[in-house]
Write a protein that binds this ligand. Structure first.
Ligand SMILES: Nc1ncnc2c1ncn2[C@@H]1O[C@H](COP(=O)(O)OP(=O)(O)OP(=O)(O)O)[C@@H](O)[C@H]1O
Length: 266
């Protein structure tokens, strides 16, 4: 049986003013339905590029990507995307930001009351019902990020693609949203692919951690299986030998075997 998402020999070469730049090469990855996979690697290695390929926002210059037995040829409602900097429309309320996405996916088959109910349920899921009528500038960064997640979830995507969704948040808000995300994913059984820089975030959330080598011509260096049962409790996990071992494996990969050497101008 084929995997839910399959990346087969993907390559990305950008045409730049200085000539071709190969960002990714030989990317082979299979993701099963319901899996939570994180992509980790040093800055500029190509994590977002790989996520954008799966999102269909970027076409590979070589290889093939498949989602649910169909070749990925562009963005699709079965793949919801959440970016680091929430991309809410500033002139719309939280409700209308989510409603717009819901309308796009379901208006052909459902009437207004059903669309409104979906929108309200998505805001409730992320604990944002209280901000229904507020505009983005009236709520905090963490709240905006929740609304962005609600908007993606409301479209009932089979796959949730997240590019450092908590990167811009303070540590406490981040921890809270990570815990909420775990609960939501347990309920919705979504397949998640998430880019992160944070080793603890990767170990806490993932079933598998995809570790990428440094660019240019980055590829997948290793994949670590996180053999920890769900639900996960961050406090109990801190001393769990499986957690400690997973953390060590990622740190060893990133900082010993694939340390990032900054190029300093002479
Ligand atoms: N449109 C583009 N044109 C040319 N080069 C690009 C383009 N997009 C990305 N790159 C280059 O491709 C490489 C990978 O970029 P990407 O943004 O995927 O890395 P990343 O791992 O997500 O980085 P970060 O962790 O800093 O966000 C980088 O060297 C980047 O400069």
């Amino acid at each position: 049986m084929s995997a839910f998402i399959e990346v087969q020999g993907a390559e990305v070469t950008f045409q730049t003013r200085k000539g071709p730049f190969q960002a990714l090469r030989d990317i082979d990855l299979k993701i099963e339905k319901g899996e939570f996979v994180t992509l980790i690697g040093h800055s500029g290695c190509g994590k977002s590029t790989l996520l954008n390929l799966i999102a269909g926002l970027l076409a590979p210059t070589g290889g093939v990507l498949i989602c649910d037995n169909r070749e990925i040829k562009g963005p699709g409602p079965e793949r919801g995307v959440v970016f680091q900097n929430h991309s809410l429309l500033p002139w719309l309320t939280c409700f209308d930001n989510v409603y717009l996405a819901v309308e796009r996916v379901f208006s052909a088959t459902e009437g207004k009351p059903a669309l409104k109910a979906r929108t309200a349920a998505a805001l409730e899921l992320v604990g944002m019902s209280h901000a229904t009528h507020k505009r983005p500038h009236e709520i905090s960064g963490g709240m905006k990020q929740r609304v962005g997640i609600a908007r993606a979830l409301a479209m009932e995507p089979k796959v949730l693609l997240m590019d450092e969704p908590f990167g811009a948040l303070d540590a406490l808000t981040r921890a809270k949203l990570q815990d909420e995300l775990l609960k939501i994913v347990a309920r919705t059984k979504s397949t998640v692919v998430m880019v992160t820089h944070d080793v603890d975030e990767a170990v806490l959330l993932s079933d598998r951690i995809v570790m990428m080598t440094n660019g240019p011509s980055a590829t997948i260096g290793e994949i670590h299986d996180v053999r920890l049962a769900h639900p996960r409790d961050r406090v109990a996990l801190a001393e769990d030998p499986v957690y400690v071992q997973a953390r060590k494996a990622v740190i060893d990969f990133l900082y010993t075997r694939h340390a990032h050497v900054e190029k300093v101008a002479a």
